[in-house]
Design a protein around this ligand. Structure first.
Ligand code: ZN
Length: 277
């Protein structure tokens, strides 16, 4: 990596949820003015909007729409609920196509009333069920493994090895993996599994933030890069060594940061990206 690449913003993407108090129009305007080049759109920000026009608005601000967040939540003991999840994922694929983004991030889901292995099977079946629509729409599906603390209700896919297994079993260029440092930093197999992911052409996305010490909330206390204990630069070096050339996506859920002046927080994100990513 040359020094210029360390400091430029051409591969910086920010998730809309990171600056949650801003609506998508305000986020687009402020990201663009700050030199940010990518945006990942959370579905809630599209509510009540014409999605095609919103996509055009983002591109007019010279923003690449890196992905739509999020699909998934496939498992349920009740088959009726599984069917509803498939329908919602097909809707997300349509939204991604209208937005003209080529990727949906999948938070795969889990149902605590059944064994994790049943949830994992339903995740594989769920992705297989929406794959024809995703392929027809040209929308890739990125499986995001979540930290094991979320194995109760948010995801039965908790390690990069498990995500790689699912992506490889489905064996489609439209299915891959999203690597998020927050969920995977603790895994002693991380470097090895990143290599495997890249070698199989499955490394589709890279999400960054930091793990605060101590963490006061398991969902809403994520930190800005440099505020916690994750060596983001190290993980980024592994991801890039595995061939990843896409955006570095800043995804932070933080009640504390949402309470700040968001323009100041955006400035901090850019400084942290330059110094700690
Ligand atoms: Zn993520």
């Amino acid at each position: 990596m040359n020094p210029k690449e360390l400091t430029d913003l051409s591969r910086l993407c920010i998730h809309t949820i990171t600056l949650k108090p801003w609506n998508i129009e305000e986020a687009a305007k402020k990201f663009s003015a700050a030199g940010v080049k990518g945006i990942t759109v959370w579905r809630d920000t599209l509510e009540g909007r014409n999605i095609k026009q919103t996509g055009k608005m983002l591109r007019d601000y010279d923003l690449t729409i890196v992905s739509l967040c999020r699909g998934g939540f496939f498992p349920a003991k009740d088959p009726g609920k599984r069917k509803l999840a498939i329908d919602d994922n097909k809707k997300a694929i349509n939204e991604a196509a209208e937005l003209e983004t080529s990727m949906i991030v999948l938070v795969c889901g889990a149902d605590p009333s059944q064994p994790l292995e049943d949830s994992r099977k339903q995740i594989r079946d769920g992705i297989a069920a929406i794959l024809p629509e995703a392929t027809a729409a040209g929308v890739r599906l990125a499986i995001e493994p979540l930290h094991p603390m979320y194995a109760d209700t948010r995801s039965a896919i908790n390690t990069l090895a498990q995500a790689n297994d699912v992506a490889e079993a489905l064996n489609s260029p439209m299915v891959g993996v999203a690597i998020d440092v927050y969920h995977l930093w603790w895994d002693p197999m991380l470097d090895k599994e990143i290599k495997r992911c890249g070698a199989n052409g499955n490394l589709m996305a890279f999400h960054i933030c930091d793990w605060k010490v101590p963490t006061s909330d398991l969902l809403l206390d994520r930190a800005l890069m440099g505020e916690g204990c994750i060596d983001v630069k190290q993980v980024r070096s592994w991801v890039e060594a595995a061939g990843f050339t896409g955006f570095n996506e800043v995804e932070i859920f933080s009640t504390a940061h949402w309470k700040e002046n968001q323009a100041d927080f955006l400035k901090k994100i850019i400084v942290a990206y330059r110094e700690h990513s």
